[in-house]
Design a protein around this ligand. Structure first.
Ligand code: LMR
Length: 345
């Protein structure tokens, strides 16, 4: 009897590792992920064109880090910054082809595909970040992002870069007529082009990664961008005048390749959307703080003449830009304009 009990106990001990292994294999992700090849893990290639020291660059890294931790390494987000993998004009095609899985382009760069996205480019369309976020997540804003699905893309969030400011090497700008004749670098958007044409400037579409060279070579006199982008690429070091105009929003839609997204297991999708939600909250705060910090740095460096627009100036600029709104209504649709906070509240 004692012998029989010993045999049973020994048999049970033999089974313990098996029980442990089977418990482990029922956990969500393989624990020994380091041993797995890329084919056995989920790899997300995330390409973007800005530096790592920017609101987009920092958020991309944070997202990659959190996903790694939360999936115990089963999902890997590989971040390629500064346009090292795909440049400005290339990343969208690469995403649609499925060569990469995630990008976060500025809204202006979506206008080639869906011109109505230029709603985010309209000057003085939004007074603050809350208005932008509410618009993007509101009924009309969502009908716009849903259009992306027809292009094998899905939007999973919006990140901020900031509000745009104007810099140039010719003269201080306080009245919109000061822009007359200036050659200004712009992102690829018909509405931004109109914004400059309307006040007599000469806009030139130039890829982000070559703006520094183009300014240095004198091919353009100035540019518009957020302070985080301007300082990250040291554009202010080539310019004499900066106007804090806050005249337009610059932000990003986070886009997955739709086919890739649809093939992901449901629990992976949930992990990614939950993490994106957390990162988005953090990112909004970070972008705002970073732009404030960069303004302080620029004020302190005394390296560029800084000029602020008053409320009265802004009212003047807004009037000057009415034709740009007419352009949008005529060429695209009234619907998106009417839903803007300044017309709907
Ligand atoms: C630009 O081209 O100026 C921006 O879109 C760059 C970026 O992604 O913030």
């Amino acid at each position: 009897m004692k012998q029989l009990f010993g045999i049973i106990a020994f048999g049970f001990l033999l089974f313990i590792p098996l029980i442990l292994v089977s418990c482990q294999s029922s956990t969500q992700y393989p624990v020994d992920y380091e041993q797995l090849s890329e084919d056995q893990r989920i790899v997300i290639r995330f390409s973007h064109v800005v530096g790592e020291d920017t609101p987009k660059g920092m958020a991309a890294r944070k997202f990659a880090q959190l996903v790694k931790e939360r999936s115990e390494g089963y999902i890997e987000v590989q971040v390629f910054s500064n346009g090292t993998l795909y440049k400005d004009g290339e990343e969208m095609n690469a995403l649609q082809r499925g060569d990469i899985q995630l990008i976060a382009p500025a809204t202006s760069k979506l206008t080639n595909l869906i011109p109505e996205f230029a709603i985010y480019d309209l000057p003085y369309a939004f007074r603050n970040y809350e208005e932008v976020h509410a618009y993007a997540n509101g009924e009309v804003g969502l009908t716009l992002t849903e259009k992306l699905n027809e292009h094998n893309l899905i939007s999973v969030g919006i990140w901020d870069s900031g509000f745009k400011q104007l810099s140039n090497s010719i003269r201080p700008i306080s009245h919109y007529s000061d822009l007359r004749g200036l050659r200004m670098r712009i992102m690829p958007s018909d509405v931004i082009e109109q914004q400059f044409v309307t006040v007599g400037a000469n806009p030139k579409r130039i890829d982000f990664n070559t703006v520094f060279n183009q300014l240095q070579e004198g091919n353009v006199d100035g540019q518009e961008n957020t302070l985080s982008n301007i300082t990250s690429k040291k554009l202010h070091s080539l310019q004499s005048y900066l106007t804090i105009s806050n005249h337009g929003y610059l932000g990003y839609f986070l886009l997955f390749n739709l086919e890739f997204w649809n093939k992901l297991p449901k629990d992976v999708q949930t992990l990614l959307t939950d993490t994106l939600q957390d990162v988005q909250q953090w990112q909004w705060q970070f972008a705002e703080e970073m732009n404030e910090e960069k303004l302080q740095d620029i004020e302190n460096c005394s390296c560029i003449d800084v000029n602020y627009l008053s409320e009265e100036d802004i009212t003047e600029w807004e009037k000057a830009y009415i034709p740009v709104y007419d352009y949008y209504r005529k060429n695209y649709s009234d619907k998106y304009v009417n839903a803007l906070p300044k017309f709907s509240n």
